[in-house]
Design a protein around this ligand. Sequence first.
Ligand SMILES: [Fe+2]
Ligand SMILES: [Fe+2]
Length: 148
Amino acid sequence: MSQAMMKLVTQHNECDDQLNRCEAALHKGDLASAGRNFRLFSEFLDSHFALEENKLFPAFEKATGMTSGPTVVMRGEHAEIRSLRDEAYAAIEANQAQQALAVIDTLNVLIQQHNVKEENVLYPMCGGSILNLDAALDFGSTCCGSCS
Ligand SMILES: [Fe+2]
Ligand SMILES: [Fe+2]
């Protein structure tokens, strides 16, 4: 697995960890902590989705010419995940811990299903078609490494 793919997978795990912290706080009835952790989760999620939607997907579409394939499905799933994220946040803001936990359960399922598809199908397809994935994602330089 390339450096870029490992970073994308790490971002998935960081989002999961942050959402788990929020859930744990909700179970304890600590809504202030749940809110803080949820906002962080939301920031991680937004920056990961932005990287995929603005860099990874366009690079894949350009490299393969597939503009109505898997990236369209992934963008659609991002929209569903964002909408559930907003619903969960509204419940937390309204101090409705049980409602927030119920929405987060569904959110978690959607995120896991989405990440499995990316990690097992889309990322390997990107790795096989985009010539320099690290550069496409602005991860480090295209340098040989011997000059650093
Ligand atoms: Fe995604
Ligand atoms: Fe992703």
